[in-house]
Write a protein that binds this ligand. Sequence first.
Ligand SMILES: [Zn+2]
Length: 97
Amino acid sequence: MLLITCPFCGQRPEIEFAYGGEAHIARAADPRATSDEAWTEYLYVRGNARGLHAERWRHIRGCGRFFNALRDTVTDHFVATYKMGEARPDRTEGKQP
Ligand SMILES: [Zn+2]
């Protein structure tokens, strides 16, 4: 069973969580001044990394809070989890604490 560490609740089974898409996607400060191409990229274009990927997750069957995670898409291994608003950990490999 895959275990994911919620930054608020601790380690829980993966069935308690829901994937929320790529992390750190910033909305334009003034969407009216944004070009159609930039707006389209914001809405639809996402990375498809092989290896470490920053993702949003929600502990939907626990505290209900969103958090970010670094997950290796090759091994499905969670390298780190961190609260929303915190900087992405500077990790390239390793196990989740
Ligand atoms: Zn939680």
